[in-house]
Ligand binder design. Structure first.
Ligand SMILES: *Cc1c(COP(=O)(O)O)cnc(C)c1O
Length: 434
């Protein structure tokens, strides 16, 4: 075999290790955050009530273009309550102990972080995974249309925007609504990205964003639910604070949660929020440097559809099929054969890590995850269950998500990357193909 079954140090001769680590995505504090945190402490609003929360709710709703925001402890909590809200609208209030989606199927993005889909299970539902559109790396409307033909009773679609890209969201919403289904939009990664000039976070019947530490705007944690209905906003706010009724004691008619945003966390978000466009501009510059410098290599940056202006949260690329060296991934480990002129995500990630730079594999598709492996999976041309290569087992249907997972990777995308760091990273990637 023309290659070696370990890291090939020869390829990287003369490259120096980065002195400062190049991160995937880290928080960027500006000082305003400290001011609002201090203010909360000085005035003793150290709780899940306070001015910072109110400000974050209003400011985010204004930026995105929705009537109401509800501050919550994290994006996952926001997704849970968004899905619960839709479940209740569709199927009525659930008995305690059974979720609002008990036994119901829900169509979900397949190529995403598991936080997008886990709340379907929290509510007792069964996620049916919809394959990915190769042109946008997001939910494929063709596969979604097929899914409605296969499962006409489904009434809920949970759709994510990956890495700050926006997929064919207008088509997805149209198909869902044509089938009488509601849409929960997971804009955790895409805050500030637009589709035909419209902000993500406005497309879902209910939408969410996240302020997790690695997102484009952060509060160290935190999330926000977005809606145009005052009733829904009030209901979610009530659920998030243990569902207390308006009574002289703790009176409960509904299941409650401790999901409210902290006023300290909200202080960090409130300060950081002013820098959304600055962070997007920095992330865009990182993306463009990769795009321009890697142009001659056998890989492409992720596809940005015509209608989409991304927030460039992460810069990701995908290797050409014929530039892939031999490689195989098990459940927790990967092997590859370092070969001249070829590479693979595992080799690139390993090389980056050795030189002190942090990349990341593409999200492993949900239908390939052990916990979801028995769930239905619908592609453009077929449906079935997990396959470890890019074809569905026992058929010729192509599995786009598995293919992007196999050939793609996230490059170090911190908005504070220096040009020197990025030049080094680019040289390392170049050497992988030597
Ligand atoms: C980060 C993220 C979430 C979850 O947000 P948390 O605030 O970390 O709970 C959900 N969906 C996607 C796609 C994400 O990237």
């Amino acid at each position: 075999m023309n290659g070696q079954k370990t890291f090939c140090a020869e390829k990287f001769q003369g490259i120096e290790r980065l002195k400062e680590k190049a991160w995937l995505a880290t928080p960027t504090m500006h000082g305003d955050e400290q001011r609002w945190v201090d203010e909360a402490i000085r005035t003793n609003w150290v709780s899940t009530v306070g001015e910072n929360i109110n400000e974050v709710e209003q400011a985010c709703a204004r930026i995105v273009g929705r009537a109401y925001g509800v501050g919550l402890s994290c994006g996952t909590a926001a997704l849970h309550l968004a899905i619960r809200l839709c479940g209740e609208k569709l199927y009525g209030q659930a008995r305690v102990g059974t979720g609002t989606l008990a036994g119901r199927k829900v169509f979900c993005s397949d190529l995403t972080f598991d936080a997008t889909v886990n709340p379907v299970a929290y509510e007792g539902g069964e996620a049916v995974f919809i394959d990915t559109d190769p042109d946008t790396w997001n939910m494929d409307p063709v596969a979604l249309q097929r899914a409605f033909e296969l499962y006409p009773d489904v009434k809920l679609v949970v759709v994510a925007h990956l890495y700050g890209l926006v997929g064919k969201i207008d088509e997805i919403v149209k198909i869902a609504h044509a089938h009488g289904a509601l849409v929960v939009e997971d804009a955790a990664e895409s805050f500030g990205a637009t589709y035909r000039g419209v902000q993500t976070g406005t497309f879902g019947d209910v939408s969410i964003i996240s302020f997790n530490g690695n997102k484009i705007v952060t509060g160290s944690a935190g999330g926000l639910l977005l809606t145009d209905s005052l009733d829904d906003a009030n209901k979610v706010r009530k659920w998030s604070t243990q569902s207390r009724e308006d009574a002289a004691w703790y009176q409960h008619e509904e299941l409650g949660y401790n999901y409210r945003m902290s006023n300290i966390v909200a202080g960090v978000v409130r300060g950081n929020l002013n820098y959304l466009s600055e962070h997007i501009a920095q992330k865009k510059a990182v993306f463009e440097r990769y795009r321009d410098s890697l142009r001659d290599l056998p890989l492409s940056m992720y596809p940005i559809g015509d209608a989409c202006v991304p927030n460039f949260w992460l810069s990701c690329c995908i290797l050409d099929q014929d530039a892939m060296c031999e490689t195989v991934r098990g459940e927790t480990e990967a092997l590859y054969v370092a070969s001249p002129g070829k590479s693979c995500p595992t080799e690139i990630l390993e090389a980056l890590s050795r030189f002190n730079a942090e990349g990341r594999p593409i999200w492993k598709p949900m239908h390939l995850q052990p916990i979801y492996r028995m769930h239905p999976f619908v592609t453009r041309s077929g449906s079935g269950r997990a396959s470890t290569n890019a074809y569905i087992q026992g058929s010729t249907a192509f599995d786009v998500g598995a293919d992007i997972f196999r050939r793609g990777l996230c490059l170090p995308s911190d908005n504070k990357l220096t040009t020197e760091q990025q030049d080094r990273i680019i040289e390392i990637i170049r050497r992988c193909f030597a």
